[in-house]
Write a protein that binds this ligand. Structure first.
Ligand code: BDR
Ligand code: CA
Length: 307
């Protein structure tokens, strides 16, 4: 059965690719946007660029323009000022369906069985939805997050961007008691990297989606290599889609995971209890490995399915 998803995102190059994949591998019930890689007006415009470019019949709802308690922070060093630097920015005619992403999430989960929430930006919208409507915890099929890490961070030594940007929201989500909470953290997404070969494979598809993805990756790979000297740039957000559509590609371990909201040096850290005998509930399925080659094949096939 094709999974039904709501993508909560802050495009972002990898968010844009996640939307592209989801458009062919899932039934996307809606896209909600949040302040993150860029300010909300830009992440929302970027989501609209993707739905228009891909001709997806999916509404975009704008959400929170700031984290719950902290000041908004963005990631221009990775994604450029627009959040989607690189390709020529397409003109768009589409407009948002609403400015109330939280209401859309609550209503859609209440009115549809087995919805997956796929948050791939800061968790502000999801936390606000949980506060207003705690009943959605038991209604959803699960939550598949890109965020956190069972290992190193990226903004700081321990903080991954999405959780670091709004740790208070993340803490609400991790503590909510979802029956399935999947975490694609940096320890996992760094195994799912794109390189020059993949970019050339995308160009060879010779369709609009493939060329746009290749243009996005030219910028994303160069900006990643400049900052880290790494060879492959991690394709973070699509991992959260694949965890729903192709769970067999992953190795999961049930863990207790809590989010640090107060630490002096550990803001937004996911504290993953790997002892095996800790007392906390096993609230999270942490992803530890992915079959990269097979995952990339799935990705290329999804992109090639666009005209
Ligand atoms: C996460 O932060 C953003 O920059 C990416 O879009 C991804 O969701 C990786 O830390
Ligand atoms: Ca993102």
């Amino acid at each position: 059965m094709t999974p039904k998803v709501i993508i909560d995102c802050d495009p972002g190059h990898d968010d844009a690719i996640a939307i592209m994949m989801a458009g062919r591998l899932t039934e996307v019930l809606g896209i909600t946007t949040v302040s993150g890689n860029a300010p909300l007006n830009l992440t929302t415009e970027n989501a609209l660029i993707m739905t228009e470019l891909l001709d997806l019949d999916v509404d975009v709802h704008a959400g929170a323009d700031r984290p719950l308690l902290l000041a908004p922070r963005h990631a221009a060093e990775a994604h450029g000022r627009t959040g989607l630097d690189g390709p020529v920015r397409p003109e768009i005619t589409l407009e948002v369906a609403s400015n109330d992403a939280v209401a859309f999430i609550i209503e859609t989960v209440r009115n549809n069985d087995d919805v997956w929430l796929v948050p791939i930006g800061p968790l502000t919208n999801i936390a606000l939805a949980l506060r207003q409507a705690p009943d959605i915890v038991d209604r959803v099929a699960g939550v598949s997050i890109m965020g956190g890490s069972a290992g190193a961070g990226n903004v700081t030594a321990t903080g991954e961007f999405n959780l670091w940007a709004d740790p208070h929201a993340a803490s609400i989500v991790f503590d909510a008691g979802f029956k399935k909470l999947l975490m694609a953290g940096l320890n996992l997404t760094h195994q799912f990297g794109i390189d020059k070969q993949l970019i050339s494979d995308l160009r060879d598809l010779r369709n609009r989606a493939g060329i746009f993805a290749a243009d996005l990756f030219d910028f994303y790979l160069a900006s990643y290599q400049k900052r880290t000297h790494g060879e492959r740039a991690p394709l973070h957000d699509p991992c959260a889609i694949l965890a729903v559509t192709h769970p067999g590609l992953f190795r999961f371990e049930s863990r207790n995971v809590r989010v640090e909201t107060e630490g002096t040096h550990t803001r937004g850290m996911t504290v993953v209890d790997e002892r095996g005998w800790g007392e906390g509930p096993l609230n999270c399925e942490v992803e530890y490995s992915i079959d990269r080659d097979q995952g990339m094949r799935v990705f290329l096939e999804a992109v090639s399915a666009y005209t």
